[in-house]
Design a protein around this ligand. Structure first.
Ligand SMILES: [Zn+2]
Length: 253
């Protein structure tokens, strides 16, 4: 299995090849679509060989170029059912919604610290909302997913890749992780480099990598990460990485 990382500003996408078969895990963001062929050429990737595009979760930095890649490659786009609305409408990431959905939203501790408000107030605190709004594009190009998966495991062997997708909620309800039979995991933002996103090392003294829970509680993402650690030994993150078992295992305890 060959892994090529494509880096877009602050987010990773991965091209995974096994024999004659190739899939793309996440899409990157903000690059003009006409520059994708050049990026592929620089990295020795034939885009026509990509057969499947997997969206790790429905946040703009991971799926913004889905339609551009789909057009370039002719590949099918796969996402979890909870990412479908965002893929179809391109309007606001669920990460940035408030109102009804915010009742289930548990803000990160750094947000509370940043705005000096209690957790329950953070979701309705206007400077916080303004901050969250300002960090996400109001809309992204829409992309109709071809394959929509649920919470159960999804086998990738039919695509020639020795691995599966597992549902790993926590960062987002739609979060999925690709684990290979030889124990590699592509984690999206379930495990990620926090330096890349914000300067959070003061909040997360254990290091610059962490479990990043947003839409669900800490226990939920720990359970997700626990499963990843059970099934894989090296973790290719959506931001930063890759990380080793020695780094991540203590976080799931
Ligand atoms: Zn991300």
């Amino acid at each position: 299995m060959e892994i090529k990382k494509l880096f877009f500003f602050f987010v990773n996408a991965y091209v995974i090849t096994e024999g004659e078969h190739t899939i793309l895990f996440d899409t990157g963001l903000m690059l003009p679509p006409e520059q994708l062929p050049g990026l592929c050429a620089e990295n020795g990737i034939d885009p026509k060989k990509i057969e499947l595009i997997v969206i790790s979760h429905g946040h703009y930095d991971h799926c913004m170029l889905a339609s551009a890649w789909k057009e370039l490659t002719g590949a099918k786009v796969l996402c979890h059912k909870d990412a479908v609305d965002y893929m179809r409408t391109g309007v606001k990431s669920p990460m940035f919604t408030y109102g009804e959905r915010a009742k289930n939203y548990q803000p990160l501790s750094w947000m509370q610290g940043m705005f000096n408000v209690p957790p329950t107030a953070a979701v309705t605190y206007q400077p916080y909302i303004d901050f969250m709004e300002s960090t996400a594009p109001p809309c992204i190009p829409t992309c109709e997913p071809d394959i929509i998966i649920g919470d159960e495991d999804y086998d990738l062997h039919p695509y020639g890749i020795s691995g599966k997708l597992i549902h790993t909620p926590g960062h987002d309800d739609s979060a999925i992780t690709l684990v290979t039979d030889d124990r590699k995991a592509f984690t999206g933002d379930t495990i990620l480099d926090l330096h890349t996103v914000q300067c959070l090392e003061c909040v997360y003294p254990e290091g610059s990598y962490s479990l990043n829970w947003i839409n669900k509680g800490e226990d939920i993402i720990k359970n997700s990460a626990k499963r990843i650690v059970e099934e894989a030994d090296i973790y290719y993150a959506g931001h930063g990485g890759p990380y080793t078992r020695e780094m991540i295992e203590p976080l799931v305890k």
